[in-house]
Design a protein around this ligand. Structure first.
Ligand code: 4AD
Ligand code: MG
Length: 460
């Protein structure tokens, strides 16, 4: 049985027999022996292997270089060198998979993020992208643990859907029709011949279905991939991204904001505790301010600003914005970042947005102008979370749908939830990649998801 490098490095005593498998990061040759630095993905750190020239399998080292997969048998011994406690003294080295040094793309120590995006299948073998993927895994687990401990049920909402949750019209359509030979009736594509007999889309959010389950199970959350066809080529938007969406029955906007703040803080503290070694890489090489920013999140309360207050702060700001500011206009990333980075210098929750710039399902406030919405804004990112209390009054919801030109018939089941045992309920969506960017200081969303999907990019 192979020992994972993470466990070998954490050993408490030497071991006579150890079997290690991994990929060679570097090979150094000295007189009569060689050093191999091996990584198997179990942790950031490599394991040093010393191969003496007199072991029978020594000649195989000629074929072993950076990128090769190897198997090493030997003893785990205390390392006399500095930088590591343990090393392996090899008795037998075997080549599992050859990597031609002339063509293996990861020879150089440092490559640009742009170059590494073109080899997304190999970049997880670098320190930085290995670390990102481990942090992604740890945080996924942390999310499940957080909600599980709070008594939320993990539910699965569909990826194929017939309804547009956000009403923003930025959805991918899914079809099995032959696009070169579309069936038509009176000039229109005949969707009755399509797989579902109607228009099918990839979901932008699991919220609507999560509401149905919350109105039966109480507190639920969904955590899965979502898809948006917005043609925005920004460092913060991906066409496929993962979202965490809790939904609570018997809850209002205040409960929603409390949950959002607590959730962010708990996830930050989980990451600091469980991903310390990987995070340290980002604090040293990617974002010098990372550690203090993360520590600060834990110490202080998030600032709360009504949208109205936020707009007046932005109007007073002695800063030139590219986009206009005014009541009724949506906040742009530059505005959000000003509020959280420069004005408050900590996370900010903006709430009570004008109804015109928010989705149909948000609860209308008594002023008739604003809805019970909230966005959590964090330094370096802008919007991390978007949520709201949902409209639970069937008549108000129907008139909202009507105002927005949305069909009552399409949302019949959603209206049903308001007809039968309707309760105040609230929830939010947190972009998982944005959370990872926030935690690591990585500034481009393409670098925190293994295989990014953005306009005109689908190589893998
Ligand atoms: O604010 P959004 O659009 O909210 C919803 O979809 C609600 N239905 C969620 C809910 O209440 N259950 O999206 C939520 C979050 C954003 O705050 C952002 O972090 C992330 O999803 N997000 C994206 N992340 C990456 N790429 C994109 N194109 C994103 N669009 C939204
Ligand atoms: Mg939003």
């Amino acid at each position: 049985m192979r020992t994972k490098i993470k466990d070998a490095l954490n050993a408490i005593e030497p071991q006579d027999e150890i079997l290690i498998k991994g990929w060679v990061r570097t090979k150094r040759e000295a007189k009569g022996f060689s050093f191999l630095e091996i990584n198997d993905g179990s942790c950031l750190q490599n394991l040093q292997v010393v191969v003496d020239g007199d072991i029978p399998t020594y000649p195989v080292l000629e074929k072993i270089g950076t990128g090769a997969a190897v198997k090493v048998r030997g003893s785990l011994v205390e390392s006399p060198g500095k930088g590591q406690k343990w090393e392996v003294q090899a008795r037998e080295v075997e080549l599992i998979g050859y990597a031609d040094p002339k063509t293996y793309p990861l020879q150089k120590k440092r490559h640009s993020d742009e170059f590494l995006r073109t080899i997304a299948h190999l970049r997880p073998r670098t320190n930085k992208y290995g670390a990102i993927n481990r942090i992604r895994a740890e945080l996924s687990f942390a999310i499940h643990r957080y909600f599980h401990d709070k008594g939320f049920w993990y539910i699965h909402t569909p990826i194929l859907t017939g309804s547009d949750c956000e009403g923003a019209g930025e959805m991918f359509q899914v079809t099995t029709l032959n696009l070169n030979q579309l069936p038509k009736v009176s000039g229109q594509v005949d969707l009755s011949q399509d797989f579902f007999g109607k228009k099918a889309l990839l979901t932008v959010s699991g919220q609507l279905e999560a509401e149905a389950l919350a109105c039966a199970l109480g507190d639920v959350y969904t955590f899965g991939p979502t898809f948006r066809a917005e043609n925005s080529n920004t460092p913060r938007h991906a066409a496929e991204f993962w979202m965490i969406e809790p939904e609570m029955a018997f809850a209002d906007l205040e409960d929603d904001m409390v949950l959002a703040e607590d959730c962010v803080k708990k996830l930050v503290s989980y990451a600091l505790k469980h991903c310390a070694q990987d995070l340290d890489l980002f604090a040293r090489f990617v974002d010098k301010g990372l550690s203090s920013r993360l520590e600060n999140i834990l110490k202080e309360d998030f600032v709360r600003l009504s949208y109205k207050e936020a707009v007046s702060i932005l109007k007073r700001a002695r800063k030139k914005f590219e986009f206009p500011v005014g009541f009724g206009l949506d906040l742009q990333t530059e505005h959000e970042r000003y509020l959280t980075e420069e004005y408050c210098k900590k996370p900010v929750i903006v709430y009570d947005y004008p109804k015109e710039i928010k989705a149909f399902y948000m609860r209308l406030n008594d002023d008739g102008q604003t809805v019970a919405a909230m966005d959590v804004l964090v330094p370096k990112i802008g919007e991390l979370i978007g949520g709201s209390q949902r409209e639970e009054r069937v008549d108000v919801l129907e008139s909202r749908l009507k105002d927005l030109g949305l069909s009552k018939d399409e949302y019949w089941w959603y209206l049903d939830l308001r007809r039968f045992g309707s309760v105040p309920h609230a929830g939010f969506g947190m972009g998982f990649e944005r959370l990872l960017m926030f935690l690591t200081g990585v500034s481009n969303i393409r670098d925190v998801i293994p295989f990014p999907r953005t306009p005109k990019h689908l190589e893998f």
